[in-house]
Design a protein around this ligand. Structure first.
Ligand code: PNS
Length: 164
């Protein structure tokens, strides 16, 4: 365990999936505190508002795991990381197809702030093909996503789809 170290786990989380929960669980084996940083970007269309995403993550993770907090952020991730007094960004890697984009982001973030390191964690095999986008797509057409997201997210998806 890297004692006293805070890591930031950023993402859109639209919505939180079991893959994200898996990465948070793994992160807590290494770091004391994990700040889940939810991107607020009005230019990007999302199914859930930023407040809804933050609330869902808070309800799901903060009661379950000590050391997890959730905040929204806008602008540059490295600025948020600095404000959170952290130096580590956590990103989950599912398959080799994630590698290009993730390397690009990690190198750009390093360029923007030399103090910040990106730490990649490999998701569990059963979560390796899950993404928020695919979950949204399936849920939008009434498919069963119970294996891929926490129960409360599944319920929130049902409500959202029904009221859209
Ligand atoms: O879950 P996502 O959509 O893959 O997360 C992407 C995220 C939020 C990590 C990325 O878009 C981001 O960091 N956005 C903030 C803007 C920024 O700092 N850009 C420069 C790094 S590429």
């Amino acid at each position: 365990m890297a004692k006293g170290i805070t890591a930031v786990f950023p993402g859109s989380f639209d919505p939180l999936t079991n893959g994200h929960v898996d990465i948070v669980t793994r992160s807590l084996k290494i770091f004391d505190r994990v700040v889940v940083a939810v991107l607020s970007n009005p230019q990007k269309a999302t199914l859930f508002t930023v407040d809804e995403r933050v609330q869902l993550i808070q309800e799901e993770l903060c009661s379950r795991f000590e050391g997890v907090s959730v905040q929204s952020f806008s602008g540059l991730l490295v600025d948020f990381v600095q404000k959170a007094q952290a130096k580590i960004i956590i990103r989950g890697l599912r398959a080799i197809s994630d590698y290009d984009y993730e390397t690009q982001m990690a190198l750009m973030n390093r360029n923007l702030s030399e103090d910040v390191e990106t730490c990649f964690l490999i998701t569990s095999e059963e979560n390796s093909y899950i993404s928020s986008s695919i979950v949204k797509q399936v849920a939008t057409f009434g498919g069963n996503v119970s294996k891929f997201v926490p129960d409360r997210v599944q319920k929130a998806l049902k409500t959202k789809v029904a009221t859209k």
